[in-house]
Design a binder for this molecule. Sequence first.
Ligand SMILES: C[S@@+](CC[C@H](N)C(=O)[O-])C[C@H]1O[C@@H](n2cnc3c(N)ncnc32)[C@H](O)[C@@H]1O
Length: 272
Amino acid sequence: MEDAGHKSTIRSAAVPAALKRRLYRTVRDLRHPGPALERRRIRDEVARFLGGRDVLRRYEREVRESGLREHLLAKGREHHDAVVATGAGHSLGAIGYTEGVYLYAVVRTARPEAMVETGVANGFSTAFTLLALQANGVGHLHSIDLPREVGRDYEPGTFYEGEGRAGIPPGSEPGWLIPEILKERWTLILGRSQEELPPLLERLGTVDTFMHDSEHSFDCMWFEFNAAWPVLRPGGVLVSDDVNSTEAFARFSVQERRDPVRLARGMALLRK
Ligand SMILES: C[S@@+](CC[C@H](N)C(=O)[O-])C[C@H]1O[C@@H](n2cnc3c(N)ncnc32)[C@H](O)[C@@H]1O
């Protein structure tokens, strides 16, 4: 299938802000060389997976030029006012910008036709994935999410207790901050992954990329990895956030005899 290339559809980046960010990062890395070294190692792992630093740089440029960062920053401020500032203890619960760009790069490289993800919340990781699908010009993302809407009462036990309390604004849907233009290649299923994932995978038959970012209990992660792996095509990619929150990801990598590629301290992928 032809590569549709990236369509710059959101907004273009501001140069002074980019310079400010670079200066901030240089000072931070000089002050804290340990984490800086780890970030460099992770970046090298990602670049190796993609096929080189030039490939990674190209994808970074695509995301920068899309304006998604500025869009997400503005929506993040809206979320802060509507959710965090209520003081009810809810968070954005999102992956960071760098992880988002790495996820974008992985999806650009993997070029999935069918991708499944669990855990949408406000829609950060979903926005990066959908941006990549748009640039690929091929593929569809099926997401499952059991949203936690701020201000709503839920039955005790609805959510796993160790969960990070990612909340969406009152009256909103999961993924509310995703630019409308990116939603063409997206289907959202509301519900628990324990109930919704098996019928979805059965319906799709084969999946090219799977991402877990829903309930980070051992049982749920173990269940999702073992449900997705058999329908993942050979060479397909399984991504997981919060890989250090339980033993599930490490144990699963050993079970399938695959070496993880790190995308962040707490985020990694396995290639089937
Ligand atoms: C960490 S957040 C997802 C963050 C998102 N990937 C991002 O980067 O912005 C986890 C989401 O999974 C939802 N969730 C919790 N338990 C779930 C379950 N059992 N099945 C599906 N979704 C669940 C949470 O309510 C929340 O919306």
